[in-house]
Design a binder for this molecule. Sequence first.
Ligand code: PEP
Ligand code: MG
Length: 561
Amino acid sequence: MTRSLQGNAESAVLVGTPAVPGVVAAPTIRPVPRVRIPAESESIPKSDRASQSAALRLASATVAERLRDRAEAASGAAAEVLSANAAMAADPGWLATAENHLAEGRSAIAAAVAATEQFATTFTGLGGLMAERVTDLRDVCDRIVAELAGRPEPGIPTPARPSILLADDLAPADTAGLDPNLIVGLAMSLGGPTGHTAIIARQLGIPCAVAVAGLDEIPSGTDILLDGGAGRVLVRPTPETVTEAVGGYRELAERAAGWTGPGATADGHRVEVLANVQDGTGAHAAHAASAEGVGLFRTELCFLDRESEPTIAEQAAVYGAVLDAFPADKVVIRTLDAGSDKPLRFAPHDDEPNPALGVRGIRITEQDSGILDRQLDAIVAAAQGRGYTPWVMAPMISTVAEAKSFATRVRARGLIPGVMIEVPAAALLAEAILEHVDFVSIGTNDLAQYTMAADRMSPRLAALTDPWQPAVLRLVAATAAAGQRLGKPVGVCGEAAADPLLACALAGFGITSVSAAASAVRAVGARLASVTMADCRRAATAVLDTTDPRSARRAASEILG
Ligand code: PEP
Ligand code: MG
């Protein structure tokens, strides 16, 4: 549970969007600003080019090695981001481009910047996930430039005592390298609850609020109280407020640490608490975190780097690794959600002006149904010999016909068919869709994006894509009601399910399972175990009566504590 920070007249309260729950009090620090080194206008004499080239290669290798070392010390998503950035720092294509600039008479620093900008233009043109990598690219370049200039590496300083980091936004490499013992909280002016930084902070267990207005006004070294679960920052709190808020949260965290499932309310109503995973390692971590199974296996994330479609055997090995983590439990495998921000090179995708509204998820089947058929065959192969029937669901369903056609393909292979409800049209027709499938799972990240007409990747629109938006919650409630009428399971697997308070309201709507990042599983399970179903239902009714996210949160916490 998060305690409200509001109502403390002696202190300013800054409001943002919750990203990672946790209540911490500490002085603030800020990242060391990146020093922009002006590129020389003079051409470098030919005699210096060899030494400039050697310096560039040495700097690139040094930065790559440093990032690789950090990757080795990290795990999961953080390790992946750091390894990808290490590879970028020593990328032969990038070095060859920089060499071309050196040959034109540029210095090593100017060549590094020019090569990076050339790559950034290409990545931006490609759009989607590649465009997102421009932040990483420029971050890596800044590190190489600092190395060439003999300056300290830009980014987060190592504080002498535990501190809360305030920033506009963070490069993923900076977030991934954070030491949770020293950076005990994160508050950002930009960023979204489903962005890179929030996902890594969640994995590291660092309380985090994003899109917080007014952070610029807080000088470094100011004592603040951060409530990541409420998305609030209290400036210069009194010692009494700190003791009460931090102590109260610690009590709840201790209760959560002792939660081992299965998911149920205090009066015994079952609500499955599942995990979102992207590979076997993550699935084992989720099992260790007391998840009862997998509610969302994002299969497309396994193949983002593949040039060609993985074979059925290759896919089966990847899927089997996740099934092995939960040999006797529910595992929901989502078929490839390619397109938009997750383009797969082997899946057909055209240049589209609005990729989030374009050919993604199940829509790819229209152009090439072979990819789906082969993936379903791979799931069957993975399940063979494991004595288990996986649940399989399709992303981005917007019509009943799509759901029906998907279910036919899945049933023909003896698997259990379901679909995601991520498009308002699907939520409105949930009952008709449920006639054809055995279950649905609500993706609140996309459902919020499409309901609110607000890009989920835009840090400036984070308040609109807040899962507590009452319009989104009404669609969730309508879908849950459709499931109850037909007696079929309706889960939630978007980030909404990772918010312990919201999970209780979802249970009140009639949601039968919640699926969240492994790090959120215990907090959600413990919160559900602390409330009765009657209170969950009262909270559900109360939030549906509100007209904005803040009132919805307040209405739920007034009832659920
Ligand atoms: C969602 O949209 O809420 C969801 C779970 O899918 P993804 O975040 O992978 O798009
Ligand atoms: Mg989605």
